[in-house]
Design a protein around this ligand. Structure first.
Ligand SMILES: Cc1cc2nc3c(=O)[nH]c(=O)nc-3n(C[C@H](O)[C@H](O)[C@H](O)COP(=O)(O)O)c2cc1C
Length: 323
């Protein structure tokens, strides 16, 4: 496995953690790194919120020695607030600034941000140029194949490259598709052929085999894993093993999953008080495939606060220890 450089940032293996709102906070990023993720993205941060000070940067993007390399992702329609936020995040320790031109949510589309920007290549170019000009660190861009069809995907990618991006991520669905249908990896291949910056392929990688297939089929430099990593940071270790030995690593045991959930809880506490709703989400993820998981998740859903949730998770610790 050869390392890939995004600007001056060295990415030591091809398997990277996607930006995911409500999931890729500092504790989860640290845990994915432990299992081998070579680069991790923050959740998207609203540039207007950062500009107007309604976002607490210490909470959204706390500094941590081990959280590197890290790409801080920003979203917004306005070049100036995007550049302001990029500078702020650079100062806070980001290694890379990532511009989100892929989120299809109604809230963002309404103000012409996220995937909706795919309809306006001129604005995409403006935003990237201003952000690139405002920071010293590399700037990457995450796009979808288009807003309602993918006919301009390559044109968009070239605009991104020409405007100065150091790498491009392509989630191979249109904005309109949301998460429906299948990611069309042929679009990743076309973009890889058309640009000279590193290409990060994304969409529907749910196993080490598919991660390697994406590289083989599209020629992409890096593979970004999203949903398959939630509740399953082990996927990075599995990808590394498969890439090295061409053999599958055995799946994590229930006990390993339990330990990982407890570890996540402890990492979270080290940095800040875990949020109840977020931790409930995590707990569902880590117990998705374990025997007795359904019953445990029902008990999770009935908890009313952090104390109850903590008690339940610790109780599970004792129960699984007996197994
Ligand atoms: C819960 C959730 C939150 C997401 N949040 C973001 C985000 O903040 N920024 C972004 O660029 N993409 C976001 N995405 C999209 C993912 O980064 C990724 O592009 C998508 O899930 C496809 O990859 P996958 O098939 O590996 O999950 C999110 C996806 C999910 C499921």
């Amino acid at each position: 496995m050869t390392a890939v450089c995004i600007g001056n940032v060295k990415i030591k293996n091809p398997f990277i953690l996607a930006p995911m709102a409500n999931f890729t906070d500092l504790p989860f990023r640290l845990q994915c790194r432990k299992y081998g993720a070579s680069l991790a993205f923050t959740e998207m941060m609203d540039a207007d919120g950062l500009f107007h000070g309604t976002y607490d940067i210490e909470k959204e993007f706390p500094k941590a020695k081990k959280d590197h390399p890290v790409a801080a992702q920003i979203v917004g329609p306005n070049p100036d607030t995007m550049a302001f936020s990029a500078k702020l995040l650079e100062k806070q320790g980001a290694d890379i600034i990532d511009i989100n031109i892929g989120c299809p949510s109604f809230k963002l589309s309404k103000k012409g941000a996220g995937a909706k920007l795919l309809e306006d290549r001129k604005r995409i170019s403006q935003i990237i140029k201003v952000v690139v000009g405002g920071v010293k660190i590399p700037v990457t861009v995450k796009i979808r194949a288009g807003w309602d069809d993918s006919k301009d995907a390559v044109k968009i990618a070239k605009v991104v490259e020409t405007a100065g991006a150091a790498a491009i991520t392509i989630h191979a669905r249109t904005g309109k598709m949301g998460f429906r249908g299948k990611a069309d990896w042929a679009i990743i291949k076309k973009i890889k052929k058309a640009v000279h910056i590193p290409v990060i392929g994304n969409g529907d990688v749910t196993s080490p085999k598919l991660a390697l297939e994406m590289i083989e089929q599209t020629g992409c430099d890096l593979v970004m894993i999203g949903r398959a990593a939630t509740g399953n940071p082990f996927i990075f270790r599995e990808c590394l093993h498969y890439a090295k030995y061409n053999k599958f690593l055995t799946s994590p045991t229930s006990r390993e999953k339990r330990d990982a959930l407890l570890e996540l809880w402890n990492i979270s506490k080290k940095y800040y008080e875990p949020e109840f709703s977020r931790f409930k989400l995590y707990s569902y993820g880590y117990t998705k495939t374990i025997p007795g998981g359904k019953a445990f998740r029902e008990r999770i859903s009935q908890t009313k606060n952090l104390e109850e949730l903590e008690e339940l998770i610790n109780g599970w610790f004792v129960e699984t220890d007996k197994v």
